[in-house]
Design a protein around this ligand. Structure first.
Ligand SMILES: Cc1ncc(COP(=O)(O)O)c(C=O)c1O
Length: 467
């Protein structure tokens, strides 16, 4: 039998939460995402990947089952239809981001978009790459292209207290490197770990100091409007499954038209040239998005991008944004209040206390009543057993994890110089330091009930002693 205090502890708290648009999203979820409910899932990994709506699948299925599509870029009727639908989706992407001044290059995902910039940015021994310590590894990896072409690189640190950038430091870094001829500055519009939205005004400030700007928008655009007529980075990376769940395997690189010629493609492939010769070793690269779309496009799935964007537009990005803010703020407030009976906190949430300009992502660690860390692996295991999908580790963003766990440059150097191969767990053993966290993220298909489920899951950890 449950005691009164246990009953109180497990009582759902969602009745009158006042989270924005509850009725609208409950109806939407019932209609479009019923499979989550019927399979008993609590899905809280929207930053990892969004969930698709039933109507997206139905529309795409009708399109494929009622038409005949051939490889685009030919005049035959099946090819023409495929070309038309790819062009239509491309235009919808440009409209979605208000990106009249941009080319939209379809890629496999955001990482492939970032790779194009890394590979083609004209780094030389007079080049410099500046990036925030808060970046996904697919941006961090660009430093290897820079180094291989004898450019330098530097990280702008992130503040331990709130995981935001220090304004003075970044201003100073952007004012430097006058002597460099190519300067690329990269930052995420939203951290995929802390959810912090970095100020898009840095784009113009960097431009004013002669930098080209790469904006990694992968974690931002699923729940926030990116208006590229207002903020004008030179290169923008996106993965579409993060916005509307289906299809996977398609992203895009948006290239500002006036920076198109700045990227230098080091090779050519099918579909990227207007002419190439075998006997005479010449080729002419295409003068638009085609230059970077190597080989045959995913022409059967690209029409589903248009369908997905129509779906999001019909809901409205403002509505999604308000909804997600309401959900994550509620979750954050409730988690912060969880205390063991001895008064010790159950959860430490990393990132800003003040939740303004933070998206629908929350990272945290759990502590037992003695203040000892409950390993994120056991949190995930216990969540799995309750059909709760969360994510843990460092989320391909080692910079934030190193900050949260106070790893020093010296410690990291000691580890990396001591071996030629390594991994996360080996490093934890070697340094005898904590690494990793638990991440919860919300989105279009999150119900208030899902938050209750997670909160009740967390409450089961109260008063636990791990040793
Ligand atoms: C901010 C950010 N950038 C880049 C990526 C890489 O995206 P993808 O794995 O789709 O290439 C992710 C994925 O989580 C991300 O969150």
């Amino acid at each position: 039998m449950m005691t009164l205090s246990l009953l109180k502890r497990f009582r759902p708290s969602s009745k009158k939460l006042g989270i924005a648009h509850d009725d609208f999203f409950n109806d939407l979820i019932e209609r479009e995402y019923h499979r989550i409910i019927s399979a008993g899932h609590t899905y809280l990994d929207f930053t990892g990947g969004n969930l698709y709506a039933k109507s997206q699948l139905d529309k795409h299925y009708s399109l494929l089952s009622e038409n005949v599509f051939g490889n685009p870029h030919s005049t035959n009727p099946t090819s023409k239809l495929a070309t038309e639908l790819v062009d239509e989706s491309r235009q919808k992407v440009l409209d979605f981001f208000n990106a009249d001044d941009y080319f939209c290059v379809f890629t496999q995902n955001a990482s492939a978009a970032l790779k194009i910039v890394g590979e083609c940015y004209p780094f030389t021994n007079k080049g410099h790459f500046l990036l925030l310590a808060d970046n996904h590894n697919s941006v961090n990896g660009i430093r290897e292209y820079a180094v291989n072409k004898h450019s330098t690189f530097e990280y702008c640190p992130i503040q331990y207290e709130d995981l935001r950038v220090n304004t003075d430091t970044l201003t100073e870094l952007l004012a430097g490197k006058d002597e460099c001829e190519q300067k690329l500055f990269a930052f995420p519009a939203q951290s995929n770990v802390s959810g912090v939205k970095h100020d898009l005004k840095w784009i113009e400030k960097a431009h004013d100091k002669g930098w080209d700007v790469l904006l990694d928008a992968a974690a931002f655009v699923p729940t926030s409007k990116l208006d590229l007529s207002k903020y004008k980075p030179d290169f923008v990376s996106v993965s579409f499954y993060k916005i509307f769940g289906y299809p996977t395997g398609i992203g895009c690189l948006l290239i500002k038209k006036n920076k198109f010629e700045k990227l230098v493609k080091p090779w050519f492939a099918g579909g990227t040239v207007t002419l190439a010769s075998v006997q005479s070793q010449h080729h002419y690269l295409a003068n638009n998005h085609e230059r970077y779309e190597n080989g045959t496009l995913n022409y059967l799935d690209i029409p589903a991008i248009g369908i997905g964007l129509d779906y999001i537009n019909a809901i409205g990005m403002d509505r999604i944004n308000e909804r997600v803010s309401g959900l994550i703020n509620h979750l954050c407030n409730e988690l912060r209040q969880l205390k063991h009976d001895n008064g010790n906190a159950l959860v430490r949430i990393f990132g800003p206390t003040e939740r303004e300009d933070v998206g629908g992502t929350l990272i945290m660690n759990f502590f037992d009543k003695n203040g000892d860390l409950i390993p994120f692996e056991s949190i995930e295991e216990e969540a799995n057993a309750e059909m709760i999908s969360i994510r843990s580790g460092c989320f391909c963003n080692p910079g934030i994890d190193e900050i949260n766990n106070c790893l020093t440059t010296e410690e990291l150097a000691k580890y990396f110089t001591s071996r030629t191969t390594g991994n996360y767990y080996d490093m934890i053993d070697f340094l005898n330091k904590m690494r990793g966290a638990t991440r919860v993220s919300v989105g279009i298909a999150t119900r208030s009930k899902d938050l209750d489920t997670f909160l009740n899951f967390a409450k089961q950890l109260l008063n636990r002693s791990t040793n």
